[in-house]
Design a protein around this ligand. Structure first.
Ligand code: AMP
Ligand code: MG
Length: 433
């Protein structure tokens, strides 16, 4: 990984500057703040055609080289006229002298009491500033129309040159993640190629002697490794390149070899399992050897233990996110910590999670002093408002609760029990997973 030169934050300096830092009792907000202060964007730019750039991070501001639209034009099919001909409270009769089609230019004149038939997008004749839509007119004869009183004001139904984008203004900002609308916007400016940040490379592996990979026999006491698949899905949705390193056995040598190889080949490493209190000791020693990694216990459920920092090997470095092993905890920690950190690494503007406030359909028990993430189903209630219900069992190992849910319910740190009808924060999955 190459990061912006000259900025080398130390994790220790950041945590030392916080008066209330306690790695064994960190709030979600504190953990997010430390990550934000620590992460530096990864450097690397490539030039792509605008179609290839969909979902990528724009590396430069895009300045409009032209006015959009390039000329004043009609917003309607109808008749272009001189606004000064309109008189308050009076109907207007006009003589139709010509027709202007889209893409054609009308060079004639339009006198007082005259108008020209005009199509949507066609250039406005020089003397005209107003368009009356076809449906507001009555035909009196082949070349005469009537506009009823009060149906139109001067300047109506005309698009002004540069009103969408004026030449020289910034059309798209550096750091924007390009959407379908942005591709269209770039095309409308005549721009075929843009500079984007390179994709992040993220290495993933799972730790745990009980884990089996797909295709292997499941002996008693073993489980299939599902975390690498949810992580793969979430990373792909974020536009990352995924380096899947499989399952790594719970022993220091295997772990060191995997960490070094991941570090040498990726910008970030996401592991699952092996960070809870019972497991963490040998991992801690290894991390002290490879870099600076903090082991945290975060006041949240699920997902309490987490390791975060940076390691180095053979002159390369990579950020490390050591997530807990439980399948739901992995997803929760990814969305609430890793997602923003990866966005920051990729040079993207940070888009806050789209969190909404909706009514709870039932009472929910909650202990103040930790953040709880429950899986929910969001739907429209009989009263027409959005409401949310909890999906069955909320155990942190129950991936089915995540699969059945269409949103995550966020019960904040200081919140206590919730009564039916009270408002809650929810994060809809649509567009996220
Ligand atoms: P750990 O954080 O390693 O103590 O793991 C907590 C729980 O999550 C245990 O029940 C593990 O079997 C389970 N687990 C850990 N890693 C995975 C994985 N990659 N896929 C599925 N389950 C896992
Ligand atoms: Mg384990």
């Amino acid at each position: 990984m190459n990061t912006v030169p000259g900025v080398a934050n130390k994790l220790q300096d950041i945590t030392a500057s916080m008066s209330d830092y306690n790695p064994n009792a960190l709030t979600v907000q504190q953990a997010q703040d430390i990550m934000r202060a620590y992460i530096q964007p990864v450097c690397g730019i490539e030039k792509l055609t605008i179609r290839q750039a969909l979902g990528r991070v724009l590396a430069t501001d895009i300045t409009s080289p032209i006015n959009v639209p390039a000329h004043n034009n009609s917003a309607m099919d109808g008749y272009a006229l001189r606004g000064e001909d309109l008189a308050d409270g009076q109907e207007l009769k006009l003589k139709v002298t010509a027709t202007v089609l889209a893409g054609a230019e009308f060079t004639g004149t339009v006198g007082r009491g005259e108008c020209v038939r005009i199509m949507t997008g066609a250039l406005m004749p020089a003397a005209c500033d107003t368009v009356v839509p076809q449906e507001f007119t009555t035909k009196i004869s082949d070349d005469k129309i009537r506009i009823s009183a009060g149906s139109l004001r001067a300047g109506d139904n005309r698009r002004l040159k540069g009103e969408d984008l004026a030449m020289g203004t910034i059309a798209l900002h550096k750091g924007k993640i390009l959407t379908p609308a942005d591709l269209g916007l770039l095309a409308s400016l005549g721009i075929p190629e843009v500079s984007v940040q390179r994709r992040l490379r993220v290495a993933i592996f799972s730790t745990g002697d009980e884990l089996r990979s797909l295709g292997e026999t499941l002996e008693s006491g073993c489980v299939y490794d599902s975390n690498r698949y949810t992580l793969y899905g979430m990373l792909m949705r974020m536009g990352c390149e995924v380096l899947d390193m499989g399952v790594v056995q719970d022993n220091p040598d295997a772990l060191e070899a995997a960490m070094r190889s991941a570090c040498e080949n990726a910008d970030a490493i996401i592991t699952s399992g092996g960070v809870s209190v019972g497991d963490a000791d040998h991992t801690r020693q290894l991390m002290d050897k490879l870099g600076e990694v903090a082991f945290w216990s975060i006041a949240m459920r699920p997902g309490r233990p987490m390791a975060f920092g940076k390691i180095a090997s053979a002159g390369k470095s990579a950020y490390l996110f050591g997530l807990p092993g439980n399948p739901v905890a992995v997803m929760v920690s990814f969305y609430f910590f890793a997602r923003q950190a990866l966005q920051q690494m990729s040079g993207a503007e940070i888009t806050p999670l789209p969190i909404f406030s909706v009514k709870s359909n039932a009472d929910i028990r909650k202990r103040p002093g930790r953040t709880e993430y429950q899986r929910g189903i969001l739907s429209v209630r009989a009263d027409g408002e959005l409401g949310v219900s909890i999906t069955g069992s909320q155990g942190s190992g129950i991936l089915r609760s995540m699969s059945e849910a269409n949103c995550m319910i966020i019960l904040h740190d200081d919140q206590g029990n919730i009564a039916a009808g009270e408002k809650l924060s929810v994060l809809p999955f649509a567009g996220l997973i």
